[in-house]
Design a protein around this ligand. Sequence first.
Ligand code: AMP
Length: 220
Amino acid sequence: MAAKPLRIVLLGPPGAGKGTQAQKLVSHYKVPQLSTGDILRAERKAGTDIGKQAQAAMDSGKLVPDDLILKLVERELAKGITGYILDGFPRTIPQAEALDKMLSSRTMPLEKAIELTADYDEITRRATGRRSCPNATCGAMYHVDSNPPKKANVCDKCQTPLVQRVDDKAETVVKRLEEYEAKTAPLRPFYESSGRLARVNGVGAIDDIFNRITAAIGHS
Ligand code: AMP
């Protein structure tokens, strides 16, 4: 019998390493990653109405309104996926409630919410050191300390000069952490009370964290 497709949410403050781990989970479990942050950045790049509506909130480290996000997620789920790794979504209780409804109507309910934990000093260090490749077909990610490119500020894979996301600047990181505490941290009791929360220490080597996540998931 084919293995059940993985269906998880990755929770954790911005800079906790969700994107990095999501990429590894995608290749291990062969299910797509759905990152609302990546989708929004692509919408902005393409100059769509959604992208324009999201721009101001994103650049100041605030959350984009729930209705806009839910529209995007509906659109992605309608593409016919059966498993998923949700990264950066849900971020509010209304989003989590709407997600449960969308998934149960598609009979692909969420198995687990994996929360990556890290303290805020570590997170600030990680987020402000993060660099990414702006080439849309590449998107490789680096960190100036823990995962530097071979040549400073140049992508190893496609040689494109790397960029720092506007929302990874120090003052915006502080705002994003405040938004996380106020609006996203309440998801912890939300998933815990329904027996779906697993907390994973998000500090350490990337492969060690990955092994902790797969152990928490508990199936191949
Ligand atoms: P991320 O790459 O997940 O950190 O997202 C970057 C920015 O996009 C966030 O700081 C928000 O402004 C916006 N964003 C991404 N996902 C969501 C979401 N689920 N709800 C509200 N805003 C979001």
